[in-house]
Design a protein around this ligand. Structure first.
Ligand code: ACO
Length: 318
């Protein structure tokens, strides 16, 4: 498998920490020093489906491919206006695709899970050209009265097109049963046969536990794929990690004993866009020319579940 196109689309509204401190008991200083975030993009008058379609079109354009040539669309999404049809089905009709579509929910690990799934489909001979899309709107899951969560998130969408090739070397995905440290419950309709109310609760997070799980699962996943592929940590040129907290990225980097320049980040500008963080950053690095032909790249994500995933590939898009 190889990546032949990337694309992303972001909301137009930038919300700074100062703007949040006008209606929430928080400060720029607290948010920046605890998370690394200065501002984030938040959906205001756009909608998530339109951003996802735009990201998909940009990835297809770079891949020089029409939507009709896609064999499969995998969309990582936790939250959008429709529960059904799936977001991937909504998008397919707008990019001229008529292939099977599926949404997956592996929370913030969704992009690595999506790549792993695409690879398995290719290996099974069931699909060749696959769009993997991450479109997320976590700002509609957290309570805007909860400073513990609301300051962390931003919205966005990003996509890659993959086809057959030999760039993708290994992936490793996991899920550990820790639902109590990070969850969001959606309200359900009342039903005359159900005796209790199902109201749902906004996003809940035990930040310290998530922090520990994130570091441990990421280091374990990265070491596992290094072992499997025979690469050393030093031979990897770019570690593109889930952008949840700059301190998490720093801790992982320190444990792997790697220099700062190998760990690009955009969390300061975009916050945590759930599964979209990794493909947005990948697209930025691709478009800015920072990824060079032949570079070795590791992607690593983690999220509610507790899910985690890492993969290693050679970059040869040009
Ligand atoms: N502004 C000001 N004060 C705040 C804010 C805020 N936005 N949020 C919390 N505080 C307060 C707390 O109430 C607490 O006050 P107290 O001591 O009076 O009780 C104090 O700040 C310290 O809180 P801690 O929990 O100790 O802060 P910590 O250093 O652990 O940082 C954080 C919190 C940033 C959430 C951190 O634990 C973290 O990043 N955890 C990882 C979670 C994560 O990245 N989640 C992203 C979403 S999930 C995902 O992507 C997988």
């Amino acid at each position: 498998m190889k990546i032949i196109g990337t694309g992303s689309a972001l909301p137009s509204l930038s919300v700074t920490n100062e703007m949040l401190s006008l209606f929430m008991d928080t400060s720029d200083e607290w948010i920046r020093t605890r998370t690394g975030i200065s501002e984030r993009k938040i959906i205001s008058d756009e909608n998530l489906t339109d951003l996802a379609v735009e990201a998909a079109k940009r990835a297809l354009k770079e891949a020089n491919m029409d939507g009709a040539e896609l064999d499969y669309i995998i969309c990582s999404n936790v939250m959008n206006y429709y529960v059904t049809p799936s977001l991937s089905c909504l998008i397919a009709g707008q990019i001229n695709a008529s292939c099977p579509c599926v949404d997956l929910n592996a929370a913030c690990s969704g992009f690595v899970y999506g790549l792993d799934m695409a690879h398995a489909y290719q290996m099974a001979g069931k699909a060749k050209n696959i769009l993997i899309l991450c479109a997320e709107e976590p700002t509609r899951m957290c309570s805007w009265k909860d400073r513990n969560t609301a300051v962390l998130f931003g919205d966005g969408a990003a996509a890659v097109v993959v086809t057959e090739g030999n760039d993708f070397k290994a992936s490793y995905i996991t899920a550990k049963h820790r639902p109590e440290i990070l969850y969001y419950q959606r309200p359900l309709e009342d039903c005359p046969f159900v005796k209790y109310q199902q109201r749902g609760v906004p996003l809940y997070m035990n930040g310290k536990e998530v922090f520990k799980m994130a570091v441990n699962a990421s280091v374990e996943g990265i070491e596992r794929i290094l072992k499997e592929t025979g690469y050393t940590a030093d031979q990897v040129d770019h570690y593109i990690l889930h952008q949840a907290n700059i301190r998490i990225i720093e801790t992982i980097r320190t444990q792997l004993r790697q220099p700062e320049e190998k760990f690009p980040h955009n969390i300061e500008r975009l916050g945590n866009t759930s599964s979209a963080t990794i493909p947005i950053l990948l697209d930025e690095l691709n478009k800015s020319g920072e990824l060079k032909n032949g570079d070795t790249v590791i992607l690593c994500g983690f999220g509610a579940g507790f899910t985690a995933g890492a993969c290693l590939f050679t970059w040869t898009i040009n």
